[in-house]
Structures are given as structure tokens and as C-alpha cells.
Design a protein around this ligand. Structure first.
Ligand SMILES: N[C@@H](CCC(=O)N[C@@H](CS)C(=O)NCC(=O)O)C(=O)O
Length: 205
């Protein structure tokens, strides 16, 4: 088993924080891929990641996982404690619902905003679309008010304990800094939650 990951990239970071929370990040064999050097687009790498994405968890004999959440699900199975994805049917479904709301409703909007507006992405995002960037920005700003409200009702994103949904939000907020979006400066519930989670040893950079 080998994890292909990149530094300072949100999807690989989601897996890294997950494994740090599990306390097993240092035990997993890893290969670092540089996106800026286009190492994820070589024919060799495409054999394990047909979409040229990081992260990838290579499982041997041609099998591999190329979605960050699927990689987390695999590690949750290998290392069940501390539990980050739910203990019973209702909790698993609730955590997945919140995690996907963050991923699809916020994280992806930050990605669309960043990739379509930042000069550093011109090479990777062809064509860049200023209109798409603007729409994504608007949706990200709207979505975060929903999550701020949620965090006024619950201590953590999916309820009363820390889960993968908090990791996804933590990653997405960090990602937003690249477009200078720091919504915790204007949303008090988000700010209080951020204080709570960012001191966790598993979420350190
Ligand atoms: N849905 C995938 C997305 C993976 C993804 O887009 N990774 C980015 C890094 S954060 C990437 O590989 N980008 C390279 C590119 O766009 O060329 C996941 O959750 O792992």
C-alpha cells in the first residue's frame, strides 16, 4: 500500500489530516507528487491515476483508490479508532450528508473561484473563466452563511463530536485563504468552531 500525495493541496490534505487524527500518518508509505512540476501528468503516474489527480492510494496488483473520501473510508476500516465516519447507520449517513454538503457546496466553490481566477492556475485550468470564478465566489459566500448557522446549533459540523466533516471544512477554509476569503472574520459561530478545532494536534500543518 502506498499513498501518493502533494503538499499544500486540499484533497491530499484532507487525507493527511484524517490520518494524523488516526495517529497513523507516519506509518503509511508515501510518495510526494509535485503538481506545479506536472508530475501528476506523466504517463507513468496516469497508470495509477487515470484522471491525473492526487491523492491516490495504491493497493497493489493494479488496484487503487483515487478519491480522497474513498481513501479515508478505507483507512477508517483499517483503523476504526478514533472513529471519524460514524458508528451506526444513522450516524454514518448524517456525517456523510454534512461532509458532502461541505465538499460540494463550499469546497468545490472555492476550487472554482481559485482555479478560474488565480494566475498560478492558468496552466492547469484551461480555459480559465472569470464568469465561473464570479459565480463560484458568490456561491461560496452564500454557502458559508449556512454552515455558520449550523455551527451556532451544533458544536461540530455533523453533531456533538469531531468527524471527517470537520476535517473537510477545515481544509476548505484553509484553501479559501488563497483567494483571500476568511469568512471566520465575519461569522462568529465559524470563528468559535475554528478556534476549537485548529488546536487539535491532528490538524496541524
Ligand atoms: N475528487 C478528487 C479530487 C482530486 C483533485 O482534484 N486533486 C487535485 C489536488 S487538490 C489535483 O490533483 N489537481 C491536479 C490538476 O487539476 O491538474 C478527490 O477528492 O480526491
Amino acid at each position: 500500500m502506498k499513498l501518493y500525495y502533494a503538499r499544500m493541496a486540499p484533497n491530499p490534505d484532507r487525507v493527511r489530516y484524517f490520518l494524523q487524527e488516526k495517529g497513523v500518518w507516519d506509518q503509511v508509505e508515501k510518495t510526494e507528487i509535485s503538481i506545479m512540476k506536472n508530475e501528476h501528468r506523466t504517463p507513468e503516474y496516469r497508470k495509477i491515476s487515470p484522471l491525473s489527480h492526487v491523492p491516490v492510494l495504491e493497493l497493489g496488483e493494479g488496484a487503487g483508490l483515487t478519491e480522497s473520501r474513498a481513501i479515508c473510508t478505507y483507512f477508517e476500516g483499517l483503523y476504526p479508532e478514533p472513529n471519524l465516519m460514524g458508528r451506526d447507520a444513522v450516524e454514518r449517513a448524517t456525517i456523510e450528508m454534512w461532509d458532502r454538503r461541505i465538499e460540494l457546496g463550499y469546497f468545490m466553490m472555492i476550487a472554482g473561484w481559485f482555479r478560474n481566477s488565480h494566475p498560478a492556475m492558468a496552466e492547469l485550468e484551461k480555459p480559465q473563466s472569470a464568469e465561473w470564478a464570479g459565480i463560484s465566489e458568490g456561491r461560496a459566500r452564500k454557502a458559508i452563511t449556512f454552515f455558520d448557522k449550523r455551527l451556532g446549533e451544533a458544536e461540530y459540523v455533523a453533531g456533538d463530536r469531531f468527524t471527517i466533516a470537520d476535517i473537510t471544512l477545515h481544509v476548505a477554509l484553509g484553501f479559501g485563504k488563497i483567494v483571500k476569503f476568511k469568512p471566520w472574520e465575519e461569522h462568529a459561530n465559524l470563528a468559535a468552531w475554528r478556534e476549537r478545532v485548529s488546536v487539535r494536534p491532528g490538524l496541524k500543518i
